[in-house]
Write a protein that binds this ligand. Structure first.
Ligand SMILES: CC(C)(COP(=O)(O)OP(=O)(O)OC[C@H]1O[C@@H](n2cnc3c(N)ncnc32)[C@H](O)[C@@H]1OP(=O)(O)O)[C@@H](O)C(=O)NCCC(=O)NCCS
Length: 454
C-alpha cells in the first residue's frame, strides 16, 4: 500500500462508518438515569474522586457560609502557591523549572547544594544513546512533533536494559532521564521535520551542560543558539506554569491509569503524550494562535468590539475558523472565575509584547479575553463560568519567542513530564491496585442469528 492510498476514505469505509454511527443509539437521558458522570465529572465540573495525591492542588472554589462557591483559581505545588514560587524565583537570578521539578519529585524545596547536584545530574542525563538522532529521529520524521516525541520515548525502551524494572530507584532514573531528554527529542524531531518536509538547513546543536531546560530549548532550536535573558526567563516561567496540574488532568490521569497496570515507564509516558496531543488538552495552544490568525484575517478593525463579538459568535456556531464550535484558550474543566496560570502569565506576556512592539496584538487578546466568556455563556449551558486558560496566552508568548508552531505542544510536554514523573512515582509507591472502572451496558441481550437467517 502506498502512502497515497493509505489514508484514503473509500466508499466502502464511508458506508461502514455510517453503520458505526447508526449503531450509536444510546439515549442521552440514560446518562442521567444511571447517574453516569460524563467526563468523570459532575455538572459543576467537579471530578469523580479516584485517588489521593500530595503533589499538587488545583483550587477553584471557596467556602462561604458553609457552602462551596466559585472563586478565582489557585494552584499549589507540594503545598506552595505557584504565585509565590514564581515571585520567589523571579527575585533571584537562577531558573525555576529545575527547582520546581525537585520540589514535585521529592516533596521539599531544595537547598542551594541540593539544587546544584540535581542540575548536574540532569545535565549528565541529557545525552541521547549513540546514533539515536541518526537512526531514530531522522528516520521518517512525522509532521506532528508529539507523534515524533512519543515514538522516540517508546524507542528508548529498546536502549534500556532495565526497561521493565518498576522498582522506585529505576523508575526515578528513567523519569530523570526523560525529563532531561525531552527538549532534545522534541527540538531535534522538529529540525528533522523542518529539513525533510520544508527543505530547511539541518543543524543539531549539542546541549551545554551549564544550561537550564529553558536555555537548552532555545540553544538547540536556534541556528545561532542566541537568546536574551528575558526570552529564557519567560520560557522558564511558561515551563513552571505548565509542569503540573493535579492527578485528574487527562494526561496525568492517563499516567496513573497506565502505570496502575504495572507497565514500564516508556509505555506510560508515551500514553500521556498521546493524551496531551489532543486539542482539548495540550494541543489547544496551537489552536489559539491559528484562531487569532484567522480572526485577524477576517476582522476589518481589531478594536471594533461588535465585530470581534460577531466573530466569536461565529466560532461558537461553527461558522468560523475550524468549525469545531470552540473558542480556544477559553474554559477549563476545573477553573471557573479564573485560571491562576493565565493570570500569572498575562503580566509577563504583556511586558514582552511591549518590548516587541506588539501592543495592538495584546489589545486584541485583551478584548477577546473580556468578550469570550460573555459570548460562551450566552451560547452554551454554563454551570460554573468560563475564563481564559493557560493556553490563551502561551501560544502568543511562544510566537513572540519565535518558537515554531510545531513545538508549542511539545513544550507543554517538556514541562509536564515533571508532573507525570511525580505522579507515576506516587502511583507506584501507594497503589497496588489496577484501575478498572465500570461501564453500564444498555444493549439488550439477543439470540445469536445464524448467517443464513440474517
Ligand atoms: C477545556 C474544556 C474542554 C472544558 O470543557 P468543560 O469541562 O465541558 O467545561 P464546562 O463544563 O465549563 O463547559 C460547559 C459548556 O460550555 C462549553 N464550553 C466551555 N468552554 C468552551 C469554549 N472555549 N468554547 C466553546 N464552548 C465551550 C462546553 O463545551 C460545555 O458545553 P456542552 O455541555 O454542550 O458540552 C473547554 O472549555 C474547551 O473545549 N475549551 C477550548 C479548548 C481549550 O482551550 N483547551 C485548553 C484547556 S487548558
Amino acid at each position: 500500500m502506498t502512502t497515497n492510498n493509505f489514508c484514503e476514505l473509500t466508499p466502502e469505509i464511508m458506508e461502514l462508518s455510517k453503520k458505526c454511527s447508526e449503531a450509536a443509539t444510546i439515549d442521552p437521558e440514560l446518562y442521567g438515569k444511571y447517574d453516569v458522570k460524563r467526563g468523570l465529572r459532575d455538572l459543576n465540573g467537579k471530578g469523580v474522586l479516584v485517588g489521593l495525591t500530595e503533589i499538587s492542588d488545583v483550587c477553584s472554589t471557596k467556602i462561604v457560609d458553609g457552602k462551596s462557591v466559585p472563586a478565582d483559581g489557585s494552584l499549589y505545588y507540594r503545598g506552595y502557591n505557584v504565585e509565590d514560587i514564581i515571585k520567589g524565583i523571579d527575585k533571584s537570578s537562577h531558573f525555576g523549572f529545575e527547582e520546581c521539578t525537585y520540589l514535585l519529585l521529592f516533596g521539599k524545596l531544595p537547598t542551594k547544594e541540593e539544587l546544584q547536584s540535581f542540575c548536574a545530574l540532569l545535565s549528565q542525563y541529557r545525552t541521547l544513546p549513540t546514533s539515536f538522532v541518526r537512526d531514530i529521529i531522522m528516520k521518517a520524521p512525522s509532521k506532528d512533533m508529539m507523534n515524533t516525541l512519543a515514538r522516540s520515548v517508546l524507542t528508548l525502551y529498546s536502549y534500556d536494559d532495565r526497561a521493565d524494572d518498576i522498582t522506585l530507584p529505576n523508575v526515578l532514573r528513567q523519569c530523570l532521564q526523560l525529563i532531561s531528554l525531552f527538549p532534545l527529542l522534541s527540538v531535534y524531531g522538529y529540525q528533522a521535520y523542518n529539513h525533510y518536509h520544508d527543505g530547511a538547513s539541518l543543524f543539531i546543536h549539542a546541549p551545554q551542560p551549564e544550561q537550564s531546560t529553558a536555555e537548552t530549548i532555545l540553544h538547540v532550536l536556534r541556528p545561532d543558539s542566541k537568546y536574551t535573558p528575558l526570552e529564557a526567563k519567560l520560557l522558564d516561567i511558561a515551563l513552571i506554569l505548565h509542569m503540573e496540574h493535579g492527578g485528574g488532568n487527562n494526561s496525568t490521569f492517563t499516567t496513573h491509569l497506565v502505570s496502575s497496570s504495572g507497565t514500564d515507564t516508556y509505555s506510560a509516558i508515551a500514553a500521556a503524550i498521546g493524551s496531551l496531543k489532543g486539542p482539548r488538552h495540550g494541543g489547544a495552544n496551537i489552536k489559539v494562535v491559528k484562531m487569532f490568525d484567522d480572526m485577524k484575517k477576517h476582522l476589518h478593525d481589531w478594536t471594533d468590539e461588535a465585530e470581534v463579538e460577531a466573530y466569536l459568535r461565529a466560532l461558537l456556531n461553527k461558522k468560523a475558523f475550524d468549525h469545531a464550535g470552540l473558542i480556544y484558550g477559553m474554559g477549563h474543566a476545573v477553573y471557573s472565575l479564573s485560571d491562576p496560570r493565565a493570570r500569572i502569565f498575562r503580566s509577563f506576556v504583556e511586558e514582552l509584547s511591549q518590548e516587541k512592539g506588539l501592543n495592538e496584538e495584546f489589545a486584541l487578546y485583551t478584548l477577546v479575553e473580556r468578550l469570550a466568556p460573555k459570548v460562551i455563556a450566552e451560547e452554551r449551558k454554563i454551570y460554573k463560568g468560563v475564563s481564559p486558560n493557560v493556553d490563551f496566552f502561551s501560544g502568543f508568548a511562544y510566537s513572540m519567542l519565535d518558537l515554531p508552531l510545531e513545538l508549542y505542544t511539545p513544550i507543554f510536554a517538556i514541562a509536564r513530564i515533571a508532573g507525570w514523573s511525580a505522579h507515576r512515582l506516587e502511583e507506584l509507591s501507594y497503589n497496588g491496585k489496577i484501575m478498572r472502572p465500570a461501564y453500564k451496558n444498555v444493549c439488550d441481550h439477543r439470540e445469536f442469528i445464524p448467517m443464513d437467517q440474517r
